[in-house]
Design a binder for this molecule. Structure first.
Ligand SMILES: Cc1cc2nc3c(=O)[nH]c(=O)nc-3n(C[C@H](O)[C@H](O)[C@H](O)COP(=O)(O)OP(=O)(O)OC[C@H]3O[C@@H](n4cnc5c(N)ncnc54)[C@H](O)[C@@H]3O)c2cc1C
Length: 405
């Protein structure tokens, strides 16, 4: 008899789990349930191409026919309200019960709200879904004064897109620099210069006391009492895991559902994948929740493997990218104690790489407009091959030739 897998959350990780499971098990019964009304889509273009006016349809993962062909029962516009793990049953918000053999939670995250006076004024926006992107895009008119609260990847991408739309942009960041945890602040320093060179007013070390205006936002009051005029305020101060279903069912959670490398939660036959999952041990450190496109793909495959009874895939170095202005920036791995930065071309060049090397082994890398080198570098990191610093920094030597046996 075929097993029934119910997937809660029809975003990237949910749809990818369905696709991966179908490949592994032709007879599995697969139900994919999602609260949003759109076909499952990928979110990276929402702060880039779609925000810049491209059609949201470009982010759709699979067309409607695909679900029929793959026998994935897709139900959109439905919210799952609870899990009864003992009875192996979930309930929808309208009370409808659904039984499962295996349950995959792919419920993602929601933007962390700003809790200052005026946060509910018109013109104060956040960016998570297609509707948010379309709404914000309509406000990015030439000359508009856009204040982005939060200098993380999302805030910086929004700033870059707003500049492309000829807005006047300010980024407010509470920390003293940008992205201090990413490669020890290395990339943040680069991005600060990059944004300032595009006339973005990046202010680090500032707090927001209130948003002011009658019905619509007109200004941001900073912690020092000063006022900053604003037509649009975008709040991009991080995300909160949608882990309530799992928590209320008794799964171990800590801003995210704790999972092992095979995406198993602490409850039997329940898995968690994508942004909502916090992996107990991870390449980047202990118990980490990774909000990235690649992580959604990898964990979806891990859950599908486990459900189908297949061996787990080998752990690979994590990868993340961001697009800002004319720069495609890719990151592999991370920093470790006592590593040395080896540059391959200067950071002022149109294309360059930085390697974080400890004991002649590359632990992480930043690639700027150098995506063609990603496979070579990933292989060097995954296989922990020893490299020579001088050769690594020499652009005349192809990276393919650097591996030592
Ligand atoms: C604007 C933006 C830009 C990004 N850019 C990049 C990038 O450049 N590079 C990169 O690597 N990553 C990027 N990311 C991150 C990447 O998109 C996410 O890591 C990825 O979408 C995670 O997929 P997910 O399926 O876990 O979550 P989601 O895609 O958020 O899907 C979760 C789904 O679950 C649904 N849901 C929640 N609760 C319930 C419930 N109770 N019942 C039914 N359905 C429910 C939600 O409505 C949602 O549709 C970006 C993210 C955003 C928002």
């Amino acid at each position: 008899m075929s097993r029934r897998t119910v997937i809660v959350g029809a975003g990237q990780a949910g749809a990818r789990t369905a696709a991966a499971l179908r490949k592994l098990d032709a007879s599995a019964e697969i139900l994919l349930l999602g609260e949003e009304s759109e076909l499952p889509y990928e979110r990276p273009p929402l702060s880039k191409e779609v925000l810049n006016g491209a059609s949201p349809s470009k982010t759709t993962m699979f067309q409607r026919d695909w679900y029929d062909e793959q026998r994935v029962a897709l139900r959109l516009g439905v919210k799952v309200a609870s899990i009864d793990s003992a009875a192996k049953q979930i309930s929808l918000a309208d009370g409808e019960p659904l039984a499962y053999d295996d349950l995959v939670l792919a419920t993602g995250v929601r933007p962390r709200p700003l809790t200052v006076p005026g946060a509910a004024l018109d013109g104060v926006l956040m960016l998570r879904n297609v509707g948010d992107s379309v709404n914000l895009s309509a406000r990015l008119t030439a000359g508009a004064k856009v204040v982005v609260i939060g200098g993380g990847f999302l805030g910086l991408e929004i700033a870059a897109t707003a500049v492309a739309r000829d807005c006047s942009v300010t980024v407010l960041e509470t920390g003293n620099g940008l992205l201090p945890r990413i490669f020890g602040g290395f990339l943040g320093t680069y991005l600060l210069d990059l944004h300032r060179s595009h006339q973005v007013d990046v202010r680090a070390g500032v707090t927001v006391a209130a948003l002011e205006g009658n019905t619509a936002v007109e200004a941001v009051r900073l912690g020092d009492g000063s006022l900053l005029a604003a037509d649009v305020v975008v709040v991009a101060i991080g995300a909160v895991a949608n882990d309530e279903l799992a928590r209320e069912a008794g799964a171990e959670c800590a801003d995210g559902v704790l999972v092992d490398a095979e995406a198993r939660t602490s409850l039997p036959s329940i898995y968690a994948v994508g942004d909502v999952a916090r992996q107990r041990t991870h390449w980047l450190g202990e118990a980490i929740r990774v909000e990235s496109w690649e992580n959604a793909e990898v964990q979806a495959q891990a859950a599908a493997n486990a459900i189908a009874g297949n061996a787990p895939s080998a752990a690979a170095v994590p990868w993340f990218w961001t697009d800002q202005y004319d720069r495609n920036i890719q990151m592999l791995g991370g920093r470790v104690a006592n590593d040395v930065v080896v540059m391959r071309a200067d950071a002022g060049a149109s294309s360059w790489c930085a390697f974080f090397v400890a004991d002649n082994v590359i632990r992480g890398a930043v690639l700027v407009n150098a995506g063609r080198e990603r496979r070579n570098i990933k292989r060097l990191i995954d296989t922990q091959q020893r490299v020579d610093h001088t050769e690594l920094g020499d652009t005349a030597r192809p990276l393919t030739g650097l591996a030592r046996g």
